[in-house]
Ligand binder design. Structure first.
Ligand code: M6P
Ligand code: ZN
Length: 184
């Protein structure tokens, strides 16, 4: 549960042009570098490389928001991606909206079912409760993603950190391809 006070209480619109307004009102800023993601990629990752940043706004009531900004790039053949997580709360689902760029959302249920959905600017994804989720930047510019999730969702990173997802997203002939994870 986030304990910080919410900072935006007035109605507001969020377009890609408003990202800096979101950032200046955010309650928390997370920077994930290579050193925070050791073992997540098949290849070694440069320790000081910024893979993505998350700006969080803690809502006043039942939901929080996260804005993920991910630089384009690859580690070996694998596109930049988030750590990925299950929610601690079994009932917590999540909505994703792409404000800019081109990404892929990888989802995996506790039973091991796997889905991947391509996300272009202006498109959204529903992540049902019980599905782990990871964001991948498969484009050549910043991928900007708004997430809305229940306050009590909680991030369970352990399972993914230990086992990974069943698939990875690699570049083949300049295009993203989802392949079986050789380390899974
Ligand atoms: C989205 C949301 C956040 C999450 C962030 C980065 O913005 O799902 O809750 O923190 O992506 O993903 P991760 O926590 O897996 O690094
Ligand atoms: Zn989540």
């Amino acid at each position: 549960m986030n304990m910080a006070e919410p900072s935006i209480l007035d109605p507001f619109r969020l377009r890609k042009e408003d990202v800096n307004t979101f950032i200046s009102n955010s309650d928390n800023h997370i920077i994930r570098k290579g050193k925070d993601m050791k073992g997540f990629f098949q290849n070694d990752v440069e320790l000081d490389l910024v893979i993505y940043e998350v700006h969080e706004i803690y809502g006043p009531h039942s939901t929080d928001m996260g804005l993920t900004i991910m630089k384009p790039g690859k580690v070996g053949r694998e596109y930049h991606m988030t750590k990925g997580h299950f929610h601690e709360s079994a009932s917590a689902d999540e909505y994703y909206f792409c404000l800019a760029g081109k990404g892929m959302i990888i989802m995996q249920s506790a039973k091991g079912e796997i889905r991947h959905l391509l996300l272009n600017e202006g498109e959204g994804v529903y992540v049902p409760s019980g599905w782990a989720h990871r964001t991948v930047n498969v484009g050549n510019k910043d991928f900007i993603l708004l997430a809305i999730f229940p306050k009590d969702a909680g991030h369970d990173y352990g399972t993914i950190e230990d086992e990974g997802f069943g698939v990875i997203v690699v570049e083949v002939d300049g295009q993203p391809e989802v392949i079986d994870n050789p380390s899974f």
